[in-house]
Design a protein around this ligand. Structure first.
Ligand SMILES: Nc1ncnc2c1ncn2[C@@H]1O[C@H](COP(=O)(O)OP(=O)(O)OP(=O)(O)O)[C@@H](O)[C@H]1O
Length: 647
């Protein structure tokens, strides 16, 4: 061991305090009393240090903090970048470089080296920062501008222990004075050693890791290059990876420095987006947020997505990849966009895989939302045809924005598409032909009236989809030239053709019979003439009768006690009769009316009633299901009898 300074071998355990057990706390002590008691207790005792079981801590970090072993590449790159940044504080013109090398071994696992020409460490700093968990030179007063650094928690280096059993650091400080080269070795047992080197090493730091059993894959040059590019391709120091005489560059141009308004850049960005997110995009929007120091681009998805779906964004912090799975960077309505951004100000969590959910993040989200909003507004004003194409794909997101933003709502209103009884149309098209916007608030109600309304050339909007009711009501409040009304199914009867006097007389008895037959279903019958003529009947239920229907359905599946409670609720509701309009323009209805058998008429009217319920998508009550069964069985019976007669 000639030329070596004596090894200083210190246990990490020895550096940390051991927690003493305090006596149990008696009840009813004030905080001040408790504090005094603790101080007194400690004054009489020997002061010890915490101990840390390093292996346990590493397991904790690797299983619960970091997403996987590959984060060691990120942590080493980050330390190198920070060291270069610290050196720039001494020499602003210093050109930083980071070299990664894979050193294969014929006899055992490979070693990798991360070398930087950063600030290096003095002997004192080695003890303070490399060997003390949670100590960082990048926090507090140690540096004037701690915001310049990526690290701050003082735990990143530990991540190397997920892929190696020993970390070796060679370092030489560039700070004032003549500093010798130092070697620090730390291992997973929780011990470390430091020695002064006799040979010259360059200013800066080299970190050596030898593959631990089972982690050799992270030491393969192609894997390592991919990881280095993933985390660090946009970092500013020049980064190279060499192995077996081959050297590859890691750096490339960050997407957030491209200008999406310039056609070549836009093309490059769309290609980048396709490669990064593995999907196609329609457009690229520049993003910027002063609060979060964010710049970046948002990609507009080429396919529609359902409301409220959450896109995964690719997020960088000070040019280093933080996460590819950040969800909450854009406002909720912006589910049509997926973005890549770089932030200089948002605070990372200790895992360095997400941001703190604080006020700055809220503010950032709002500012990024404003960029997207402005893009939509400008497009609607200046490029209506392009906006039209965008609306074809992303009208849901535009509705989600407009529902809470009156200015956007007024601007986008004419483009917003709705389903109506006369087909899909934009609000602009609807209003051109209809002075009043009539809508039904649920899809079920729409299904009940759509066919008849269409035959009567009546345009009724199906506002049963997300945002539609709020949008229509808001539009009604904002625009004095528009009237917006809820359409009640019963209003359809205003358009029905009345029966002639003769027809009235022909049907009066039959109508009475129908009323009596359907009384137990709380349904009144009215005979009228309407289109389409192939529709025998229309069942119309108002809110009260719908409510009672659903109570009765619940009673069908509940025990006696609950059924009684539900029955009491239903009995409080007044005017619970629904209405069945029988279509006298329908030939079948006419035939039933003329049938010579009262029993046959009853059976037919029951079947028409059940069919009208099914057509209107009303869930059947138990007695209605029984009715349907009885009708079908009767039909089969009749068919069999008729067959037997023919034999
Ligand atoms: N390449 C390096 N050059 C100079 N100093 C380094 C280097 N790597 C580590 N250090 C020193 O070791 C300390 C601890 O590093 P570590 O990666 O554990 O934490 P950190 O970077 O400070 O914070 P974080 O946990 O947020 O990454 C650093 O604060 C720094 O002082």
């Amino acid at each position: 061991m000639r030329g070596r300074t004596p090894r200083r071998r210190t246990s990490l355990a020895g550096r940390l305090i051991k927690l003493r057990r305090l006596p149990p706390i008696p009840p009813f002590f004030s905080v001040a009393q408790l504090t005094r008691r603790r101080v007194n207790a400690l004054d009489n005792q020997e002061h010890n240090r915490f101990q840390v079981e390093l292996r346990g801590l590493i397991d904790l970090l690797s299983q619960h903090l970091y997403s996987g072993p590959s984060v060691f590449v990120r942590e080493l790159l980050q330390n190198a970048v920070d060291a270069i940044q610290a050196r720039r504080q001494l020499d602003p013109h210093h050109a930083g470089t980071i070299e990664i090398e894979v050193i294969p071994s014929a006899s055992g696992p490979s070693t990798i080296m991360f070398q930087d020409n950063g600030v290096g460490l003095t002997e004192d700093e080695v003890h303070r920062f490399l060997a003390t968990i949670g100590q960082s030179s990048k926090r507090g007063n140690f540096n004037d501008r701690p915001d310049d650094f990526l690290g701050k928690f003082g735990i990143g280096l530990l991540s190397c222990f997920t892929v190696t059993d020993q970390i070796t650091v060679l370092t030489r400080s560039a700070r004032d004075g003549d500093h010798p080269g130092l070697e620090w070795r730390g291992n997973t047992e929780g011990t470390y050693s430091v020695r002064k080197l006799t040979q010259e090493i360059p200013l800066g730091t080299q970190v050596f890791l030898r593959a631990a059993d089972g982690f050799e894959e992270y030491y393969e040059p192609t894997r390592l290059l991919a990881l280095a590019r993933d985390y660090g391709s946009y970092l500013s120091p020049r980064i190279t990876l060499s192995s077996g005489g081959r050297s590859d560059g890691v750096n490339s141009t960050p997407p957030w420095t491209e200008n999406p308004n310039e056609s070549l850049s836009r093309q490059r960005l769309l290609e980048y987006g396709r490669a990064a997110f593995d999907r196609d995009f329609l457009d690229v929007i520049p993003l910027n947020s002063p609060s979060g120091g964010v710049e970046g681009v948002a990609f507009v998805l080429a396919e529609p997505v359902h409301a409220g779906s959450r896109q995964q964004h690719r997020v960088y912090l000070k040019d280093m990849l933080l996460s590819t799975k950040t969800h909450d960077l854009l406002p909720e309505w912006a589910f049509f966009a997926q973005c890549v951004v770089n932030s200089s100000r948002l605070r990372p969590t200790a895992s360095r895989e997400s941001f703190y959910d604080d006020g700055v993040l809220d503010q950032t989200r709002e500012e990024l939302g404003s960029c997207l909003r402005q893009y939509l507004v400008d497009m609607a004003r200046m490029q209506p045809q392009r906006f039209d194409q965008l609306m074809n794909v992303h009208h849901l997101a535009v509705k989600a924005l407009a529902v809470d933003d009156d200015e956007c709502l007024e601007l986008f209103a004419d483009w917003l598409p709705f389903e109506t009884s006369l087909g899909r149309m934009t609000l602009g098209e609807y209003c051109r032909n209809n002075p009043v916007i009539r809508y039904v608030p649920t899809c079920d109600q729409f299904r009940q009236i759509a066919q008849v309304a269409a035959s009567e050339s009546l345009a009724v909007v199906n506002a049963g989809y997300v945002y539609d009711v709020e949008i229509l009501q808001r539009i009604g409040a904002l625009r004095s030239d528009l009237r917006v009304e809820v359409f009640e199914a019963d209003q359809l009867s205003d358009r029905f053709e009345p029966l002639t006097r003769e027809e009235r007389e022909e049907t009066i008895e039959f109508e009475r019979l129908c009323d009596v037959t359907l009384q137990r279903f709380k349904c009144m019958v009215e005979i009228a003439k309407f289109r389409p003529t192939d529709l025998p009947a229309l069942y119309v239920a108002d809110d009260n009768s719908n409510f009672v229907r659903s109570v009765e359905q619940a009673q069908d599946v509940s025990d006696d006690m609950w059924s009684g409670v539900l029955g009491n609720i239903a009995s409080d509701v007044s005017s619970v009769y629904a209405r069945l309009y029988l279509n006298y323009s329908n030939s079948l209805v006419r035939r039933i009316c003329g049938l010579n058998s009262r029993q046959g008429q009853e059976r037919c009217i029951e079947m028409i009633y059940v069919q009208a319920l099914l057509l209107g998508h009303f869930p059947l009550k138990q007695i209605e299901v029984q009715l349907l069964n009885k009708g079908l069985l009767g039909l089969i019976d009749w068919a069999l009898d008729a067959g037997a007669d023919n034999e």
